[in-house]
Design a protein around this ligand. Structure first.
Ligand code: ATP
Ligand code: MG
Length: 120
């Protein structure tokens, strides 16, 4: 699917993510629906444990939802095989982790200017 210029760059519909810890279900994201228009700087805020990192992992193609639809840059991620998701992430998403995970040889200033960016 080709992204149209007026499509949101990120679109989530009733997205849920439940981690399995042994026999226990840990619901981290419980039915989230929102979209982010293009060229908009957006911030996700909430108390510790409310699911911000889980949500960013889903938007950043690092994890898959238990249910619901995640569309990034016009691409429904559920329709892509894992290797295609990796290619898509490499081309479309910039991500800085909470613990930075920066390497000595990368250009930190460029990375730090785009905490989580999606290109369409
Ligand atoms: N890999 C995991 N396995 C099991 N439970 C997890 C995992 N990652 C997160 N959780 C749980 O999911 C819920 C949401 O966690 P998450 O890390 O997304 O929250 P957060 O809003 O980013 O918190 P913080 O502000 O502390 O970074 C919490 O209850 C957390 O314990
Ligand atoms: Mg977090």
């Amino acid at each position: 699917m080709v992204a149209q210029s007026n499509d949101p760059v990120v679109s989530l519909t009733d997205v849920r993510k439940t981690y399995k810890v042994g026999e226990v279900d840990v619901p981290a994201v419980k039915g989230v629906t929102f979209s982010i228009p293009r060229r908009r700087f957006s911030v996700i805020v909430g108390p510790s444990g409310s699911g911000k990192t889980t949500l960013l992992n889903l938007i950043g193609c690092l994890d898959k939802p238990t249910s619901g639809r995640v569309i990034v840059a016009g691409q429904d991620l559920a329709t892509l095989p894992d290797n295609a998701v990796s290619d898509f992430r490499a081309q479309k998403v910039g991500f800085i982790f909470q613990n930075f995970s920066l390497s000595r040889c990368s250009r930190h200033t460029k990375t730090l200017n785009t905490p989580c960016s999606c290109w369409a």
